[in-house]
Ligand binder design. Structure first.
Ligand code: AGP
Length: 582
């Protein structure tokens, strides 16, 4: 869950590596480093903390002349975040950066120590470098092939070698890695976004394929046989990687929602045939992690109302469940990045059983987008903030359209075309949202209550608040509170009540009254006027579209709460945008 980048070309790598690391920082930001190489030496500079710390260090260091370099930003898994454990790691002639986890690292480490190898860090990565150094005679592909046979786990590696200062190598398995093709210059990176301002041409590296790059070009091999891979052109623009005048990516990406929602509506409202036909399946399994799973909780309500048999699970559980698949099953995998390890495993579980899989995904070319039977791209553009916002909204919208296709009704279409402007009006009321954030930002505990689809909305509202503001927040089925948790309600405890579904409105209101009578402070978000002082009333629209007007205000409130608490909004502590390890 780290970010890696490498460069070989006519330029000095410093600027390419630093701007790339800044773009990759969403993948992990507890320590970072770069390595530069020339015929005389390899220079490594590392630091703890954000890229800005590394940049300060680099700018106060005399850098060697070089045209080849690798760099890394870290999300610690093996070994605490400190300068020694930061990448790059050098053993003998070999210097590497690594994204992934080596599961048999400690066994390998013990046997290498017996062979006299001394280790500086407690990382699994240094073990890979030691293996490469052990196997490297004068042929790097051989050394890499021997090494990848010895290690178990996920990896994307950038490799340079003292004996070959004009070459850059890379290999991957599970973890994402692409090769960027520029004019007389080449890049390796975890994400095209990190090099989009230099080139949009890229090649996807397959599992256990090795690329060797020098000034004359690149060559991909697998088991010593050459592999030819297609050169793709990314749709991404450098603008989408830009803050566009906003202070944080999170608020920028929330404010992009009305336009992006409108794009999808214009694309599909008269072309439903372009969307998958879910109706033909008897059983639907919905799988995802974090917010993607919560998108699934919303979709479960849609499909159950369509009369389908739906089950939903978090991918980390689903992948290990003993599931008896009925042939007529569709497994829907929801993922923004398309690289979440648990969701990939859940997908492969179904694929291996020849069960149809449908990806609702943002990153085209990602593992989930490539390996699912069908895919629907949500076209959110690049989502930089770790806390997902626009991707969540577009995933819900596309699943809503897929559900509408099962049971078309005129009311839905009428409301659909009004949605983008209603959303814009709502999000423009920033003052409203800030006022509600004022009621929350000093709190240590917050609760969200709702029933059915409102409960699914609560789950996302609570996660958003938790992950960006570090306030302890829980979402509860409103009817469940009195079975224990209500004992936590105290004078002044903030309780968000989400009420949009008329079938259960009165029930949720009586649950809200239960907590108010114990001194709680209510914040009501719904589509019908109610007596509560702190509230947001959203336009009343079709049931299958209503969450799209309730979740954005919750995203905005979470943003302002985190802002008032001075949190690192785009890069909350301990998190990363794409969880590529189990
Ligand atoms: C949400 O804000 C978090 N970033 C996290 O819960 C995320 O939804 C989860 O890790 C799944 O990521 P994915 O959509 O890229 O698979």
């Amino acid at each position: 869950m780290c970010g890696i980048i490498g460069y070989l070309g006519k330029k000095h790598p410093k600027d390419v590596l630093l701007s790339g690391l800044k773009n990759l920082e969403y993948r992990g930001y507890d320590s970072a480093g770069i390595a530069l190489i020339n015929k005389d030496t390899t220079q490594i500079i590392k630091s703890v903390g954000k890229i800005s710390e590394l940049e300060k260090k680099i700018n106060s260091t005399d850098l060697i002349n070089s045209n080849v370099g690798i760099a890394h930003t870290r999300w610690a898994t093996h070994g605490e975040p400190n300068e020694i454990n930061a990448h790059p790691h050098k053993v003998g002639k070999i210097t590497i950066v690594h994204n992934g986890i080596i599961e048999n690292a400690s066994t390998l480490r013990d046997s290498l120590i017996k062979e006299g190898v001394e280790f500086n860090s407690s990382t699994d990565t240094e073990v890979i470098a030691a293996l490469l150094n052990k196997y490297y005679k004068d042929n790097m592909e051989d050394a890499i092939n021997k090494t990848i046979k010895a290690i178990d786990g996920s990896y994307a590696l950038g490799i340079i070698c003292d004996d070959e200062p004009d070459k850059l190598y890379a290999v991957r398995c599970e973890s994402p890695l692409i090769i960027g093709i520029g004019k007389n210059e080449y890049f390796i990176t975890s994400d095209i976004g990190a090099i989009i301002s230099y080139t949009r041409k890229y090649v996807l590296l397959g599992a256990n394929e090795i690329v060797s790059i020098d000034k004359d070009g690149y060559k991909i091999t697998k088991d010593n046989k050459e592999v030819i891979r297609e050169v793709n052109t990314s749709e991404l623009t450098s603008e989408s990687a830009d803050l566009m005048g906003y202070e944080h990516y999170m608020i920028k990406e929330i404010m992009e929602e009305p336009v992006l929602v409108n794009n999808i509506i214009q694309k599909y409202k008269d072309n439903l045939d372009k969307l998958p036909d879910v109706k033909k399946y008897k059983h639907i399994h919905i799988v995802g992690c974090g917010s993607a799973y919560y998108v699934g909780m919303i979709a479960k309500n849609f499909f159950e109302d369509d009369g389908l048999d739906v089950q939903i699970d978090v991918a980390s559980e689903y992948r290990y469940r003993n599931i008896k698949y009925n042939k007529n099953t569709l497994v829907i995998l929801i993922s923004q990045s398309g690289e979440t390890a648990d969701t990939i495993a859940a997908m492969r579980k179904a694929n291996d059983k020849k069960i149809d899989t449908l990806a609702i995904v943002n990153v085209d070319g990602s593992t989930i987008a490539r390996e699912c039977t069908y895919k629907v791209l949500i076209e959110a553009g690049r989502e930089v903030a770790v806390a997902t916002t626009k991707a969540y909204i577009l995933q819900v919208l596309l699943l809503s359209l897929i559900s509408y296709k099962i049971n078309p009704d005129k009311e839905y279409l009428k409301d659909l075309v009004k949605l983008p402007s209603q959303l814009k009006v709502l999000l423009d009321k920033t003052g409203f949202h800030k006022k509600l954030a004022d009621k929350v930002y000093r709190k240590n505990d917050v609760f969200f209550i709702g029933r059915k689809i409102d409960y699914a909305i609560c789950l996302e509202g609570s996660l958003k608040l938790k992950e960006v503001s570090y306030i302890h927040s829980e979402a509860y089925q409103a009817g469940e509170l009195k079975h224990g948790t209500i004992s936590l309600i105290n004078k002044g405890t903030v309780v968000f009540a989400i009420i949009t579904d008329d079938d259960i409105r009165d029930k949720t209101i009586s649950n809200l009254e239960e907590v108010l009578s114990r001194g709680a402070k209510a914040i009501y978000i719904g589509n019908k006027k109610e007596k509560y002082r702190n509230k947001i009333i959203v336009p009343r629209i079709h049931k299958k579209l209503q969450p799209l007007l309730v979740v954005p205000p919750l995203q905005l409130i979470s943003y302002y709460v985190a802002y008032k608490r001075g949190c690192s909004i785009d890069k909350p502590r301990n998190l990363a945008k794409s969880v590529t390890v189990e």
